[in-house]
Write a protein that binds this ligand. Structure first.
Ligand code: 13P
Length: 258
């Protein structure tokens, strides 16, 4: 079962119109060096339209960082419906990022509803799970991952994962410069895939599981060489064209090695 690598830049709340144009120009000129890697850019919502315009005629695709869990558009001040993201050309949307869970109080239940809302609108959710440092030290990593994954399985069913991407993002590795070792990442990814395989082996075999948390050009190869790591969700390093392209190049090199 081949799973094409996906490298996704999560810009978080960063960027300016002018800076984004420069960053995207820098990324686009290097994309021909990684023809087999799927490249995704997730800017802040206000920059989706301009970013989409810059990506037109390129292979890179557009994604959003968040969406509203409500079924229908309406009186939800400040929120953005999945249809709106779709209209702007988004293919993917991140749900369950730990910053949304911890800073904005998104529960497993809300995350599952966002996952469902994304799929209803034809968007592919990039569903983030991950444990805190305290949970890891208390040997709760697998129970936390199982609980977070379980909430989506309960609401949306196993078949929903045929149209989704999983992202393992240990909270202690996000923005800290402290990356999970390739072995730690592999262990968590294999656990997640096994959870899915226990319900549907074919869906598990095709499911892409990205790693996120301080991925850089220098550590990407070791992470991507793990059998269950199918790409990366990149924060800080996605804001520098050369770093981001270096990470995409590391994914391309793995594909050649297969
Ligand atoms: P960093 O790459 O900055 O650690 O962020 C990871 C992340 O949260 C991607 O969604």
């Amino acid at each position: 079962m081949s799973r094409p690598y996906l490298v996704a830049g999560n810009w978080k709340m960063n960027g300016t119109l002018e800076g984004n144009t420069r960053l995207l120009q820098g990324i686009l000129v290097g994309l021909e060096r990684c023809p087999d890697v799927e490249i995704l850019v997730c800017p802040p919502a206000v920059y989706l339209e301009s970013t989409g315009a810059s990506l037109k005629r390129s292979r890179a695709v557009l994604g959003a960082q968040n969406l509203c869990e409500q079924d229908k558009p309406g009186a939800f001040t400040g929120e953005i419906h999945g249809h709106m993201l779709k209209e702007l050309g988004c293919r993917y949307v991140i749900v369950g990022h730990s910053e949304r869970r911890t800073l904005y109080g998104e529960t497993d239940d809300i995350v599952a509803r966002k996952f469902r809302a994304a799929q209803i609108c034809g968007l592919t959710p990039i569903f983030c799970v991950g444990e805190t440092l305290q949970e890891r030290e208390m040997h709760q990593t697998e129970s936390v991952l199982g609980r977070q994954l379980g909430a989506v399985l309960k609401l949306c069913g196993i078949h929903s994962l045929a149209q989704a991407v999983l992202a393992y993002e240990p909270v202690w590795a996000i923005g800290t410069g402290r990356t999970a070792t390739p072995e730690q990442a592999q262990k968590a990814h294999a656990f997640l895939r096994a959870q899915v395989a226990a319900r549907d082996a074919r869906i598990a075999a095709a499911l892409r599981v990205l790693y996120g948390g301080s991925v850089k050009m220098d550590n990407a190869s070791a992470l991507f060489s793990q059998p269950d790591v199918d790409g990366g969700l990149i924060g800080g390093a996605s804001l520098k064209a050369d770093e981001f392209l270096g990470i995409c190049g590391a994914a391309q090199a793995q594909m050649k090695a297969v």
